[in-house]
Design a protein around this ligand. Sequence first.
Ligand code: NAI
Length: 328
Amino acid sequence: TAAPVTVTLTGAGGQIGYALLFRIASGQLLGPDVPIRLRMLEIPGGLAAAEGTALELQDSAFPLLHSVEVTDDVTRAFDGTNVALLVGARPRGPGMERGDLLEANGQIFGPQGAAINAGAADDVRVVVVGNPANTNALIASAHAPDVPAERFTALTRLDQNRAVGLLAARLEVPVGSISDLTIWGNHSATQYPDVFHARSGATPIVDLVDERWLSDEFIPRVAKRGAEIIAVRGGSSVASAANATIDHVFDWVNGTGESWTSAAIVSDGSYGVPAGLISSFPVRSVDGAWQIVQGLEINAFSRARIDASVAELIEEQSAVRALGLLPS
Ligand code: NAI
């Protein structure tokens, strides 16, 4: 059998953690033959929940689960880690301004980036789920100068999956028939789900839906789906967020086919997105690395929406730079 792979999960005592851990341990994150050495990071207030979950992991007798360790020590948590799932974050509290939120999260993701820089394995891959995900990933990456910036990503796969699910329901086709949809920009309400290159089977999606439905229903519904789930379910998206995290890492490690997916990765300047920003792009995973799909034609409808979301990312970047959260 293969050597165990060390997976670190932050926020391991939280809701997404609970929905993720059993799927990680069952082999769905990396593949059915890869033993997992699990590190669960929490803050002191979350340790008991994480320890309880660790007991349940033991009670599940997962053959692939090599070991489980619960800790509140950031250095220990990332020592030798190959895959870091950064889920734990500071939610917006009552009366908290956006600057306070960015700062509070900077205090989390800066030290975690530094710990990854100091102790993670050479092949470390990082996905940030905790919000504001793109900017948290930017902060973590800035604190890890020895780790290639391409290894720090933020999750937009949930947005991608939501868009595919809604489109499939609208067109009454199986989700598997839909390909090459793209989420651009920030994991926020400004994100842009782009169907202009997407197909259902061989049929372009734009032949099947009209522009009014796209702009008035589809795009806002994808962007506000998180709020819709809260309104209907009485709680935030948890299992679907965990599911998207699994999809993101599985595809990154095991590769995508011809069809692409979406992930927020560091920009190289493609599609007019300033280099260095962590923005969602159409991506394929080739030989274990994300590559931005090149050469797509961007029409005016898409251009305006991509630019608006990227403008928000630039603003967040300026705000955290002003707060001193981006050492350089
Ligand atoms: P939760 O509040 O149930 O769990 C978060 C956990 O993180 C808590 O147990 C908390 O103690 C822990 N935590 C806080 N600071 C920490 C630190 N410095 N180190 C380690 N652990 C820490 O929240 P939930 O529902 O699990 O969501 C987690 C995050 O994921 C939130 O920021 C949420 O906004 C975000 N999210 C992102 C999505 C995406 O698509 N990118 C989708 C859904 C949620």
